[in-house]
Write a protein that binds this ligand. Structure first.
Ligand SMILES: Nc1ncnc2c1ncn2[C@@H]1O[C@H](COP(=O)(O)OP(=O)(O)OP(=O)(O)O)[C@@H](O)[C@H]1O
Length: 297
């Protein structure tokens, strides 16, 4: 079977990760996703989202359980360039003297010989990737000279140049303006149409129903997973955010097709998605996180 014909599938099967210091960051975590999906990974700070990404990428080895991509173990999937990862901005050394186009070319390394001499095809894919994230004009800039949003787009371009059908994005919207966020969302939607499987962690709850068709609600293990319409409910979000979430309004399509609208209210298109929180005196990290989101509006 050729790469194009292979149905895309990610299977995380009962993984547990304990770091060397004895901390079990995630446990008994299982979910399955197929191509043509954008899935949101949602959870409080420290709930283990990055650890989950790193486990899928084989950067952290689970103590138990397994991750397979297209029924292949991660190590083989990586060799076949099936999967690309956009890490959190803080995990990258921005002082490293390298040009934007060089960073994007790194996405092609897995397809080059050990001499790493770019072919015509490599250069073409870098051009296409830069164009798709609207960064062609800045291709000769040093990476350290870019703004936060531009850096995100360069790393997205690197993942696109890799031409992996599975994309993992760790908080791609943190520190980016609304225009850039919308541009990234539109790009992800077109990748979904092309059959990509996209798993994206985000703290921006309001935009999840706008572009994610699946969700994984997470706190060290999967709390709920399934279609956004039926899973991204106020009740499930209450559980995910430790009960700090008092009231939630979501824009986008109707979340419930039946009569039971529960706490979900549907806003008109021009109303921005909004997440409201109670005025309680709860100073827990959960509550502070939610208030922080509210302030950003
Ligand atoms: N290398 C490590 N060694 C030991 N503990 C770690 C390591 N990396 C992360 N942890 C711990 O594992 C837990 C999960 O961290 P992780 O970064 O996966 O969470 P997260 O959900 O991505 O958080 P955030 O939303 O803040 O980015 C945290 O308690 C963190 O302190």
């Amino acid at each position: 079977m050729t790469e194009q014909q292979t149905p895309i599938a990610l299977n995380v099967d009962d993984i547990t990760v304990t770091y060397n210091n004895g901390h079990t960051a995630i446990h008994n975590t299982s979910f399955k996703l197929n191509g043509g999906t954008i899935c949101a990974l949602v959870g409080v700070n420290g709930s283990g989202k990055s650890t989950l990404f790193k486990s899928i990428m084989g950067m952290v080895k689970p103590n138990t359980g397994s991750v397979t991509l297209n029924h292949l173990p991660v190590t083989q999937a990586l060799k076949q360039n099936i999967i690309a990862y956009v890490p959190q901005t803080e995990e990258v050394d921005w002082d490293f003297p390298v040009l934007v186009s060089d960073v994007v070319m790194m996405g092609r390394y897995g397809r080059m010989s050990f001499l790493r001499i770019p072919s015509k095809e490599d250069k073409k894919q870098v051009d296409i990737a830069l164009e798709r994230v609207n960064m062609s004009e800045l291709r000769h800039r040093q990476i350290g000279e870019l703004s936060g949003g531009q850096k995100k787009r360069v790393f997205l371009a690197r993942a696109l140049a890799q031409q992996g059908k599975v994309l993992l994005l760790d908080e791609p919207f943190t520190g980016v303006d609304v225009q850039t966020e919308n541009a990234i969302i539109e790009l992800l939607k077109s990748l979904r149409k092309e059959g990509h499987l996209i798993l994206v962690s985000t703290h921006n709850l309001g935009s999840v129903p706008e572009f994610c068709d699946q969700v994984v609600l997470f706190n060290r293990t999967v709390l709920a997973t399934g279609p956004t319409k039926t899973t991204f409910t106020p009740q499930n979000l209450m559980v995910t955010f430790g009960g700090a979430l008092r009231y939630l309004s979501l824009s986008g399509e109707k979340l419930h097709e039946d009569e039971d609208t529960r706490m979900v209210s549907v806003l008109t298109d021009d109303e921005r998605a909004a997440v409201f929180y109670g005025e309680g005196k709860d100073d827990s990290p959960h509550n502070n996180l939610l208030h922080e989101q509210f302030r950003k509006k």
